[in-house]
Design a protein around this ligand. Structure first.
Ligand code: F6R
Length: 266
């Protein structure tokens, strides 16, 4: 794992956007894995800015989101499709036909839909860079604690903690879905690079478990220990429970020299 500890959430977003911009400017047909939630919003703001001010082109990008609520109308304000449109898709020149979310309506078989999503990712050539956040309970995507480490895209029931954490986004009288379609842990591990962003002290325990804890289904993010290219970008608050912070800071300074000369990717 490459653990990068930065001063604040703005620096985390800035660093993550450099990875995305390098990928899409260097690759002919880049495939981006995207996340929703509060953490990547500032990354998307930076990407919109780089499109508007530096003419960064997204017309050749294909994207796959990690997850979507089960049986939610894509026009529903709470859907992840609308979230992505509001924060990114409608503000850049991506071809919306090439943006994908793992949808599943009431009348569709979630198992068939999950398989179809996996096939779409495969058909696009696989995900080059998967953006991730982390839940306070260690989830990635909606792979809740005890998710199978070899899971693929499928339907999951959210835990009470996740429902509670996300309830801030719903009005008091608004229906909050309890099930979601999500890429599996294996789907995420298949991405060529993964970049996980975490900010704030409420993520510090999960971050420490992910990086230094045992590889365990109880902390799904710990599966990233198995990934060849996992980049973990943290602010100081999210890194606050990590031992060995000095080592990570020093190692990152050394890595930055290599990145400056050779870029981020192989
Ligand atoms: C979002 C997702 C989730 C979030 C996680 C953190 O697509 O799959 O795993 O990344 O719940 O959410 P925030 O960033 O809101 O703390």
């Amino acid at each position: 794992m490459q653990v990068i500890i930065l001063e604040n959430p703005e620096e985390v977003a800035q660093h993550a956007s450099q990875w995305v911009v390098e990928l899409i400017t260097k690759k002919a047909k880049p495939v981006l894995g995207l996340a929703t939630g509060s953490t990547p919003i500032s990354l998307y703001k930076n990407l919109v800015k780089s499109h508007q001010e530096d003419q960064i082109d997204f017309s050749h990008v294909t994207s796959f989101n990690l997850d979507e609520y089960h049986n939610i109308d894509i026009a529903n304000e709470q859907s992840y499709r609308v979230f992505m449109k509001n924060h990114l898709f409608d503000k850049i020149n991506i071809d919306q036909k090439n943006t994908h979310l793992p949808t599943c309506t009431q009348n569709e078989n979630p198992r068939v839909q999950g398989l179809a999503y996996e096939e779409k990712i495969k058909h696009a050539g696989g995900i080059d860079l998967q953006i991730l956040g982390i839940g306070a309970n260690g989830h990635i995507g909606f792979n809740e604690p005890t998710s199978s480490l070899r899971s693929k895209t499928r339907i999951k029931t959210l835990t009470q903690q996740t429902l509670q954490d996300n309830s801030r986004l719903f009005k008091a009288d608004e229906y909050q879905p309890t099930m979601a379609m999500t890429m599996g842990i294996s789907t995420i591990l298949d991405a060529k690079y993964v970049l996980l962003m975490a900010t704030g002290t409420n993520k510090a325990t999960a971050v420490n478990d992910m990086i230094t804890g045992p590889l365990s289904a109880i902390c799904p993010a710990s599966a990233l220990q198995l990934h060849e290219h996992a980049i973990i970008v943290l602010d100081k608050a999210a890194a606050s429970e990590l031992a060995n912070q000095e080592y990570f800071i020093w190692a990152n300074e050394e890595h930055q020299k290599i990145n400056k000369t050779y870029g981020f990717f192989l």
